[in-house]
Write a protein that binds this ligand. Structure first.
Ligand code: GTP
Ligand code: MG
Length: 219
């Protein structure tokens, strides 16, 4: 695991899928304060839950082998801007950087669920169309705190369904496998989005070729 300065991670290659075996994915974690973004990140990177994480913002690089392919995850563990006047704020820099998004709320904190709702809208608005498709996974964290639940699983699932996002309820505190499932699901969505984009590119070329040369009549 390597902690990187944020700016140096911006140049990561997004075109390694296909002929080469290595795949690179820039994953941005967003969500209100205290929902467990850092806990999720650290759980994924180290398999451990350490309890307190401070309020640092970092980009981590982590390589793994999945189905025989080398995958390099660049993970941006963000901080939600304090006293944010625009709910669901995402910077242009973050939008440009990310191949996929993990939007985290705490099942005990209804306001954090509203932040995720706003984030989904913001991302969907900013990145419309196959060219800029943005795979998103919504995560309800702190599932171990059932007695303090303020957001039902159904609400989370419906929000994700309506916005075409993946959905998981997990406890970063209790288990590793749920966190692993979140990252793997997002990676799969990113790979599908790239395949679609490639397809759209080819269709675009075919369309412009036939626009220039017209259809050949065979009868
Ligand atoms: N019970 C429980 N506590 C959790 C869980 N995940 C995180 N926490 C706790 O929630 C607090 C906040 O976790 P962080 O990972 O720092 O949250 P964050 O979203 O990164 O917070 P900021 O970086 O300040 O925005 C810490 O005290 C964690 O120990 C969980 O699944 N269950
Ligand atoms: Mg944090």
């Amino acid at each position: 695991m390597v902690v990187q300065v944020k700016s140096s991670a911006h140049h990561s290659s997004k075109t390694m899928e296909g002929s080469q075996q290595k795949v690179e994915a820039n994953i941005l974690l967003l969500g209100a304060e205290n929902v467990g973004k850092s806990a999720l990140t650290v759980r994924f990177l180290t398999r451990r839950f350490i309890g307190e994480y401070g309020d640092m913002e970092s980009v981590y690089s982590h390589s793994d082998r999945i189905d025989g392919r080398e995958i390099c995850f660049n993970i941006w563990d963000s901080l939600y801007p304090q006293n944010c006047a625009t709910p669901g704020y995402v910077s242009e820099e973050q939008l440009q950087w990310a191949d996929g998004f993990i939007l985290v709320y705490s099942i005990c904190d209804r306001a954090s669920f509203q932040v995720v709702r706003q984030l989904v809208q913001r991302i969907r608005q900013a990145r419309k169309g196959a060219e800029r498709a943005a795979p998103v996974v919504v995560v309800g964290n702190k599932r171990d705190l059932q007695h303090r639940r303020a957001v039902s699983g159904e609400e989370g699932r419906l929000l994700a369904l309506a916005a075409d996002c993946g959905f998981f309820e997990i406890s970063a505190a209790e288990a590793y496998h749920g966190v692993l499932a979140v990252f793997h699901a997002l990676l799969e969505l990113i790979r599908r989005a790239r395949a679609l984009k490639k397809g759209a590119g080819l269709r675009g070329i075919v369309r412009s070729v036939s626009a220039v040369f017209g259809r050949r009549r065979t009868e």
